[in-house]
Every structure is written in structure tokens, then in C-alpha cells.
Design a protein around this ligand. Structure first.
Ligand code: GUN
Length: 294
């Protein structure tokens, strides 16, 4: 019988922990943690994500600022706003919601963010620090996955962790974190991607399978070892005539058939997704408290 890794429940617990820390900060007479988010253009999914982030700030007692720009603003205008936020002492951390419209160099924009305020952990300095095992802002999804493994006390040391996907936001950082010499890491890691051959032969060896490919229903029961832990990072909105909204959310894993083989599995929705947002809140709190030593 498998156990669900309940990201919704854990994220609610973490929000309560953060809210308590905010109360203590305010009682000490210090300033309220403050997160800003920049949204360029009107991408529907990005609008929803940023709205969730702003709402989560309210829930824990953070101040939040949403900065909106039209799709056609220039790179210079965006860089100028980033400069303002870098120098605004009331802002502890900020994010630029990705993807940006095509005329922007995302790399250039991310590099303009002060690493000390880069609560998304996307700046090369934070990625480099994380890779070296130095204090760093770790990007939200990998941070959330590690937190789930910790809170469910899932053994990772010496285990074979197979990561499907090599994106800068999830696959690459989680593969580095899982192989790190640290508690809740120390795994033997294999990274698979679009060019990997005989992928099933590799996934069947996984004690921990982390799936971040962005392909709905990619992982089927025959790809999973008995007793494995499966972490599904995928999120896909598909049409459904069984829900009121006419839509449902599905992951990269065929949950119904795969779950039976697992010891632990994350559902979609309610697994990794809610953890991503609380990880951003955690990073903002760390920034507000100057807890990451640069
Ligand atoms: N787009 C998709 N995920 C993220 C994220 O975690 N942060 C930002 N800034 N943009 C994203």
C-alpha cells in the first residue's frame, strides 16, 4: 500500500510556521518581510502563478508588491525597475516571473537581480553557490522537493535517484542537491533527458524517481520499481467533462497505475505544486533575516 506525499498539508504546516516567525519579527519591532513580483505581459498561467504567490504572502503576513508591465516594454525599462528593487531597502526579495516575452534575454534579466534578493535562486551566483554546497537561495521547486523528502523521512543516502529532465529550474538543481554530501541527500544520481536511450531500463532502477519532463503521463507502471518513491513535478491542464470547471490537472506520471507500485508518491495537484510557493516564502524570510551569508 502506497503513502501519498501530501504537499498541500505540509505546505499549510510550513505557512503556519512562517506566519509565527513573522509575528515574532513584528513583536521585536522589525519590519515586515516584503516580496515583490514582476510580471511582464498577460500570459494566463503566469498571471495565475503570481496571483497565488501574492495570496500566499498575505496568508503568512508578508507585504507584497506586484509590478506589472505591458508585453512591449523595453529591456532597458525592465532593467531600470530591477535596479530600483535592488536598491529599495524595504524589499527583501523579488522575482521576475518567467517566461518573459521573446524580445528579452532572460539570462541578462536574471543576472541583473542582486543575488542577495534573488529569492527564486535563478542567478548564476546562487546556482554556483548551491552547486558548491555554500549558503545560497535554492530555487523553489527543488527546495520544495527536498523538504517533502525530509518531512516524510524518506531515506536518500546511498539510494539511486533518477531524475527525468535537465531544466535549469528543476532537473539540473535537484540532481545536484540529491547528490550533495548532506543529510537528506547523498544519493547516487542519474539524469535522463530527451536523448537518453533505454530510459525504462534506468527508471526501473530508481529508488527515488523525480519526474520533471513536462510530458503528461510519460511515466507508466512498467517503468517503476516496486517500493519506489515517485515525485511528479509535471502539471498539465487538460479538458475534462467530469469537473465543474471543465478542466483537470494531471502530472508527468500516470498516477492511477503507478501509485500501486510505490511506497510513496506525490499527487497532482496537491504534491510538489503547493511546496513551490511556500519555498519562495521561506527564501523571502531567509532574505529578510539575512540568514544566507554571502
Ligand atoms: N515560471 C515557472 N516557474 C517559475 C518560478 O518558480 N519562478 C519564476 N520567476 N518564474 C517561473
Amino acid at each position: 500500500m502506497y503513502q501519498i506525499i501530501d504537499g498541500k498539508k505540509i505546505s499549510a504546516e510550513i505557512k503556519i510556521e512562517i506566519a509565527k516567525q513573522v509575528e515574532e519579527i513584528i513583536l521585536k519591532g522589525e519590519k515586515r518581510p516584503h516580496l515583490a513580483a514582476i510580471l511582464v505581459g498577460g500570459d494566463g498561467a503566469s498571471e495565475t502563478y503570481v496571483a497565488h504567490k501574492v495570496k500566499a504572502c498575505e496568508q503568512v503576513g508578508f507585504k507584497s508588491t506586484m509590478v506589472r508591465f505591458a508585453e512591449d516594454i523595453s529591456e532597458l525599462e525592465l532593467l531600470s525597475k530591477i535596479d530600483d528593487l535592488n536598491n529599495d531597502s524595504d524589499i527583501d526579495g523579488f522575482i521576475v516571473q518567467l517566461p518573459l516575452p521573446k524580445h528579452f534575454s532572460e539570462e541578462k534579466i536574471i543576472r541583473a537581480i542582486n543575488p542577495k534578493k534573488d529569492v527564486d535562486g535563478f542567478h548564476p551566483e546562487n546556482i554556483g553557490r548551491m552547486t558548491l554546497g555554500l549558503p545560497a537561495f535554492v530555487s523553489a521547486t527543488p527546495f520544495g522537493i527536498v523538504e517533502l523528502l525530509k518531512r516524510y523521512k524518506i531515506e536518500t543516502s546511498g539510494k539511486h535517484c533518477v531524475v527525468l529532465g535537465r531544466s535549469n529550474i528543476v532537473g539540473k538543481p535537484i540532481s545536484i542537491l540529491m547528490s550533495q554530501k548532506a543529510e537528506f541527500a547523498n544519493a547516487t544520481v542519474t539524469v535522463c533527458h530527451s536523448r537518453t536511450q533505454n530510459i525504462k531500463e534506468i527508471t526501473k532502477q530508481a529508488d527515488i524517481l523525480i519526474v520533471a519532463l513536462g510530458q503528461q503521463g510519460f511515466v507508466t507502471a512498467d517503468m517503476v520499481k516496486n517500493g519506489a518513491t515517485v515525485i511528479d513535478v509535471g502539471i498539465h491542464r487538460v479538458k475534462s467533462d467530469k469537473t465543474k470547471s471543465g478542466w483537470k490537472l494531471l502530472g508527468d506520471v500516470k498516477f492511477d497505475e503507478v501509485a500501486e507500485k510505490c511506497s510513496y508518491i506525490t499527487p497532482v495537484p496537491g504534491g510538489v505544486g503547493p511546496m513551490t510557493i511556500v519555498s519562495l516564502l521561506k527564501n523571502t524570510l531567509l532574505a529578510a533575516q539575512n540568514k544566507i551569508e554571502f
